[in-house]
Write a protein that binds this ligand. Structure first.
Ligand code: ATP
Ligand code: MG
Length: 446
């Protein structure tokens, strides 16, 4: 299928209707950017953006339900089922005084000018009809690809390249350097040499980006199918040092590959953004440094907490694997540790699978994994809440004053239940406790 035919076939009906309405009103009407790129690359687009020479006010009269999306005059048109399509007037960004956002925009008459302001050639492809095209023409059936910067050829040979001089484009907007890494990770592209050299020269500019925008790009890189080469590249061309100095100084060439191996699309645990984040920050030893980095990226509190828990669990799994290497494999105990660490016993098996995928598991891991997975399948008790009795019943039955012994005894009970030494029913558990209390070792009496 030609690129034009692919876009024609993929254009959703509501987008086609918007293009036709613009065309009937004698404006230029195009789909542009990510959607065109994704379709040509054989992917399913997430959102469809349109571009036109109609001004925001003209769009508002054409589409009465439309609303302004931002101060640059992008208009959002609700098309039903909660879908809002964004239409932007062809525009040029003016100089940026802070390498972040343009100071103002100028509207332009033609799509070519609009494509010239876009970041990468693969993002600067449009499909549609220009102003003044015959009213008998249909913007979907009769549209044409507009690709002045060779984006289709770059997609085909797998290269990411800026539109225009890369140094200028990165000085205008430092975020583009991180977007470059994200697109490399998304489409498994190579970075054009001149573009890569310009990033290396200007990488420090990314240090002034807001933590929120950096964090969003990092998450995008981790969610992409091919983060390995992209992350290694980010380290090599110094962009990593600009946004994560504590990580860049500890970086090693295994990290990218490990990140990609965890939550791989083929595997049982995909997607696994938390697992990938943990692999990414694994070179940093100090938990406080990890928290500081994730906070600087404005990661949600829950994410930061979960990463901390998984790092703690990983150390436990490592110790359990060492014991397994010595012939003391105990998956049931590891599940209890996992439940106490993250709240979910299934994290024991999950973490072993991550370590195996990343190639950093010890030889005892296979046995341990089997035991954990079997216990998961049988829902073997792993936390105190799973026990058929609680502390109050224990205190009442033994007639002793409450104290630290209650928690110790319950923990012991849980271990004994999980290892099938006693049945998880109230009567048996209470009898078991009496023996524990009398002798300390019920197995001798049983
Ligand atoms: P995604 O699938 O991640 O949404 P996208 O290409 O649609 O990818 P957006 O951030 O939604 O990316 O931006 C839409 C389009 O706007 C891009 O394809 C690109 O043409 C242009 N664009 C976005 N951000 C920039 C930027 N910082 N500099 C120049 N052009 C940009
Ligand atoms: Mg988009």
């Amino acid at each position: 299928m030609t690129p034009a035919a692919a876009v024609r076939a993929a254009t959703p009906r509501d987008v086609a209707d918007l293009l036709r309405a613009l065309h009937r009103a004698e404006f230029g009407a195009y789909v542009v950017g990510g959607a065109v790129r994704d379709v040509i690359a054989g992917r399913t687009p997430t959102d469809w953006d349109l571009a036109t020479d109609a001004t925001p006010d003209q769009m508002r009269s054409l589409f009465p339900s439309a609303r302004y999306e931002n101060r640059f005059g992008t208009v959002g048109v609700p098309t039903g089922d909660g879908v809002v399509r964004e239409i932007t007037t062809f525009r040029a960004d003016s100089e940026s005084s802070d390498a972040r956002r343009p100071d103002s925009v100028t509207f332009l008459p033609r799509i070519e000018g609009d494509l010239a302001r876009r970041d990468f050639t693969i993002n600067a492809i449009a499909y549609g009809l220009a102003r003044g095209a015959s009213q008998r023409a249909d913007p979907v059936a009769d549209g044409a690809i507009i690709d002045p910067h060779g984006g289709i050829a770059d997609l085909e040979r797998g290269v990411l390249r800026t539109v225009g001089d890369p140094a200028d484009r990165f000085r205008e907007d430092a975020l583009r350097m991180l977007r470059a890494i994200r697109f490399v990770a998304r489409f498994d592209l190579a970075l054009d040499e001149v573009t890569a050299a310009a990033i290396k020269r200007h990488a420090a500019l990314a240090g002034s980006l807001s933590g929120e925008r950096i964090g969003a790009e990092i998450n995008g890189i981790l969610a992409a199918p091919h983060p390995a080469r992209a992350l290694q590249l980010a380290a090599e061309i110094d962009i990593l040092a600009a946004v994560a100095p504590s990580l860049a100084s500890e970086w090693n060439s295994d990290v990218g590959r490990r990140v990609e191996a965890v939550g791989d699309a083929e595997g049982a645990d995909a997607p696994d953004p938390l697992g990938r984040m943990c692999e990414l920050v694994a070179p940093i030893d100090d938990d406080d440094d990890v928290v500081a980095l994730l906070e600087s990226w404005r990661q949600p509190r829950a994410t930061i907490a979960a990463v901390g828990q998984l790092r703690a669990l990983d150390r436990e799994v490592d110790a359990a694997e060492r014991r397994a290497d010595l012939g003391q494999s105990d998956g049931v105990a590891l599940r209890i540790t996992a439940a106490a660490t993250t709240g979910d016993p299934r994290d024991a098996a999950r973490q072993i699978r991550r370590r195996i995928a990343a190639g950093r598991a010890r030889s005892g891991s296979a046995m341990l994994l089997t035991a954990c997975q079997e216990a998961d399948a049988m829902q073997v008790p792993a936390s105190l809440a799973d026990l058929a009795i609680g502390g109050d019943q224990l205190v009442a039955h033994l007639g002793r004053t409450p104290g630290p012994w209650v928690a110790t005894t319950l923990a012991r009970l849980l271990g004994d239940v999980a290892h099938h030494r006693v049945a998880n029913v109230e009567r048996d558990l209470l009898a078991w406790c009496v023996r524990i209390a009398a002798d300390g070792d019920p197995e001798h009496i049983a």
